[in-house]
Design a protein around this ligand. Structure first.
Ligand code: F6P
Length: 323
């Protein structure tokens, strides 16, 4: 193996740049040439390859986003475009690929790797943290800290005005951002897709004597909760409890940006080095994970098929705190 390429795909996450830096520096350490592919699988289809060196990744460990840009490629779902992408890899003499992203990225990687018998190693980057095979995905820690910071600020104004806020956080169909940020933000209760809590139960929690007397109330709602987003839930609560002074805040894409936390930078740096060393050992279609502080490899198929189970201890904590 002499030439490696790296791309970032899907929704960006804070820490992707730290991982790119680590991959580049580790590749050079092992005397490999390293190329960046711009704009994810789209750039692979269009042949957008650039050579990277040590200084290409200077001063990026602290930056959010991705210097390689990202995309959600529809064309990569088609065999004819994947073939084009493969031809560009061959033209650029690439013999191993590292992809950074979430489950969509790894689904594409699994198919491509099988179709063209091409070595690919994945690094899990998603604020949703919804992949099995690793305790944490790059970006999740930063996103939950961003969410907690926002919840704390909302708490200040909620407290001044005796208001009830519904705060919507991201996570697609997973409730992991909501669960941790809700616990850390002292939310009255948390709505996540993994539990069946409905509007009536939310009202019961809010009507508990001591909660009624609280000058601020915050309910964190995961965007994928089956009751609907925060606006829908707030409307349903308003209809049944017209005396609550309600406001809604959707945190949205601020959760995807910003300086990566220390934890994400270290995680990204470890995973980047492992990705290079894993390719060197001849692995072909695996995701890097870190479980209980140890690097583990998981075949792409397994990383994409399952969703992470929520920690029962955190769920119990959530229930007790809401009671
Ligand atoms: O997967 C990351 C994520 O931020 C989800 O939490 C969210 O549902 C989705 O991406 C938003 O995607 P986009 O930026 O393409 O609208």
């Amino acid at each position: 193996m002499k030439n490696i390429a790296i791309l970032t795909s899907g929704g960006d996450s804070p820490g992707m740049n730290a991982a790119i830096r680590s991959v580049v520096r580790a590749a050079l350490f092992h005397d490999l040439k390293i190329h960046g592919i711009l704009n994810g699988y789209e750039g692979m289809i269009d042949g957008k390859f650039i050579e990277l060196n040590s200084s290409s990744v200077s001063n990026i460990i602290q930056r959010g986003g991705t210097i390689l840009k990202s995309s959600r490629s529809q064309r990569f779902l088609e065999q004819s475009f994947r073939k084009l992408a493969f031809e560009h890899l061959k033209t650029n003499n690439i013999d191993g690929l590292i992809v950074l992203g979430g489950d969509g990225t790894f689904k594409g990687a699994a198919q491509f790797s099988k179709e063209f018998d091409f070595p690919i190693v994945g690094i899990p980057c998603t604020i949703d943290n919804d992949l099995v095979g690793t305790d944490f995905c790059i970006g999740y820690d930063t996103a939950i800290n961003t969410a907690v910071d926002a919840i704390d600020k909302i708490r200040d104004t909620a407290d001044s005005h005796n208001r009830l806020f519904f705060v919507e956080v991201m996570g697609r169909d997973a409730g992991l951002i909501a669960l941790r940020s809700g616990i850390a933000g002292g939310a009255e209760t948390i709505l996540i897709p993994e539990t069946k809590m409905g509007v009536n139960e939310v009202i019961d929690v809010l009507n508990k004597d001591w909660k009624r007397e609280k000058s601020s109330k915050i309910v964190v709602v995961a965007e994928g909760d089956e009751e609907g987003g925060a606006f829908v839930v707030a409307e349903k609560v308003k209809q049944k409890c017209p005396d609550f002074d309600i406001r809604v805040t959707t945190l949205g894409h601020i959760q995807r940006g910003g300086k990566p936390s220390c934890m994400d930078r270290v995680l990204a740096s470890r995973m980047g080095l492992s990705a290079i060393e894993t390719l060197i050992t001849g692995e072909r279609s695996v995701m890097i994970g870190i479980i209980n502080q140890e690097v583990k490899l998981l075949p792409f198929e397994k990383a994409v098929k399952h969703h992470m189970e929520l920690n029962p201890g955190l769920l119990h904590l959530m229930e007790v705190m809401a009671s």
